[in-house]
Design a protein around this ligand. Structure first.
Ligand code: NAD
Length: 229
């Protein structure tokens, strides 16, 4: 039997049950910080030490977190479908769960990049990045993440991946961050779109999207079980 192509588009919500806070808590802050203070090129220009400190803390939290039943269900899904994960997350929980095809739209916290040449990317062997850590050209290393206001280089690859998907499964994203959220409009007309989120029914979304209200670790294992039948 020919396997269907399922593209899973994930956001911070899939890692919430692993203990990593989502981006927009009820206070509109990310771990108590205004996004403008920690996740923009301007913040880096103004106060690079604070930005490094913020991502160092995210890295430590990420290292301590473990994949949850939602991440693991997506690995199980690979038995029954060609699965491609496009994630907005900077954590590495999809990798550690064992998923095969993963595209990070907004970078990876466990990597650093040269502040002069974003193509110089390094896997980090430690949690804390300091202003003394330099790339091979002598420039400061910054977190390998896409900040608000920066281009999203993997967006073109993501668009290619979704355009012939049979199913687009959207999990744990508020769909407030662009251009990532545009992926929902880049599917073919035959693609079935389903969305899993505790707020699914409050989200303003096209009426052809099938909504599942609940958390990733509740709904995804059941979804995969039903798909496999
Ligand atoms: P968001 O915070 O804007 O939205 C999170 C969504 O997850 C919400 O719709 C919420 O209802 C839902 N959610 C909460 N708990 C859930 C659960 N248990 N199961 C399923 N869904 C749940 O996140 P976003 O849309 O991904 O955008 C935030 C941006 O911030 C991303 O681009 C990302 O780079 C960054 N970020 C990443 C991480 C991470 O890597 N874990 C964490 C925070 C923020």
């Amino acid at each position: 039997m020919i396997k269907k192509k399922i593209v899973v588009f994930t956001g911070a919500g899939i890692s919430a049950e692993s203990g990593l806070q989502t981006f927009r808590g009820s206070d509109g802050l990310w771990e108590g910080h205004r996004v403008e203070d920690v996740a923009t090129p301007e913040a880096w220009q103004r106060d690079p030490e604070s930005v490094q400190r913020f991502y160092n803390m995210r890295r430590i939290a990420c290292r301590r977190a473990q994949p949850n039943a939602g991440h693991l269900a997506l690995v199980e899904l690979e038995k029954y479908a060609d699965v491609y994960i496009i994630t907005q997350n900077i954590d590495d929980l999809h990798e550690r769960a064992g998923s095969k095809n993963i595209l990070h739209l907004h970078g990876e916290i466990m990597k650093a990049q040269s502040s002069r040449d974003s193509n110089l990317v390094y896997q980090l062997q430690k949690d804390e990045l300091s202003m003394e850590d330099k790339c091979k050209m002598g420039s400061i290393l910054r977190p390998h993440v896409v900040w608000f206001g920066e281009a999203v280089p993997n967006m073109l690859i993501a668009s290619e991946i979704v355009k012939d998907a049979d199913i687009l499964l959207v999990v744990g994203t508020s769909l407030q961050v662009y251009p990532a959220a545009n992926l929902l409009y880049e599917t073919s007309k035959d693609c079935k779109i389903e969305l899993i989120d505790p707020n699914a029914h409050q989200m303003r979304i096209n009426s052809n999207v099938i909504l599942h209200s609940g958390t990733a670790s509740e709904i995804l294992p059941k979804w995969v079980e039903i798909y496999a039948e």
